[in-house]
Design a protein around this ligand. Structure first.
Ligand code: ACO
Length: 150
């Protein structure tokens, strides 16, 4: 859902995206650390096995590069009549590709997935500097994030 620029495609993450700069794209969000192709494949398989992980990417088909990505993790609950909550994670547009609507497209696609799998809400944590972006994607400010790093 949502328009991508000509020559681009929005689709689920594939194993071959490791070679299309997936981790370089992620690095525009935070430290990726060393991730070998085998580690990437193992995590990909773990997410597939666990279920409830939806990782989408936008690929620049000409360059064969991943230029944007985002993840939805679906949490099954007992609350709300055994409802589901969508957790939006790791939204990132590659360096130099910001401001073209790719971020908004990624969020729209993840919200569409959340709705289609029956989530009653979707939530995320972000920096103050990104609040306006998420408001433009239709989200509203709610609650406070707390963390303990292990
Ligand atoms: N502040 C204010 N407005 C913004 C911002 C911002 N930081 N970023 C985008 N917008 C606005 C745009 O102007 C646009 O407005 P319009 O619809 O009126 O034209 C709208 O939001 C959509 O912008 P996009 O072009 O879709 O934004 P972009 O593709 O640049 O993606 C993103 C935004 C994801 C924040 C990108 O800049 C990025 O990757 N930043 C670095 C990584 C990061 O901080 N990711 C978010 C982490 S939070 C999480 O993952 C849950």
């Amino acid at each position: 859902r949502g328009a991508v620029p000509a020559g681009h495609v929005l689709r689920p993450l594939e194993l071959t995206d490791y070679r299309k700069g997936y981790t370089e794209c992620l690095a525009n969000l935070t430290v990726v650390g060393e991730v070998t192709e085998q580690m990437f494949a193992d995590s990909f398989e773990e997410m597939r096995r666990a279920g409830g992980y939806f990782v989408v990417v936008v690929e620049d088909l000409g360059a064969q590069r991943v230029v944007a990505t985002g993840t939805l993790v679906v949490e099954q609950k007992f609350l709300r009549g055994c409802g589901r909550v969508g957790h939006i994670e790791d939204i990132v547009v590659a360096k130099g590709q910001e401001g073209k609507g790719l971020g908004k497209t990624i969020i729209a696609s993840l919200l569409a997935v959340a709705e289609s799998v029956g989530c009653y809400k979707s939530i995320l944590d972000c920096d103050e500097s990104n609040v306006r972006f998420y408001e433009k994607c239709g989200l509203v400010r709610k609650g406070v994030q707390m963390a303990l790093y292990m």
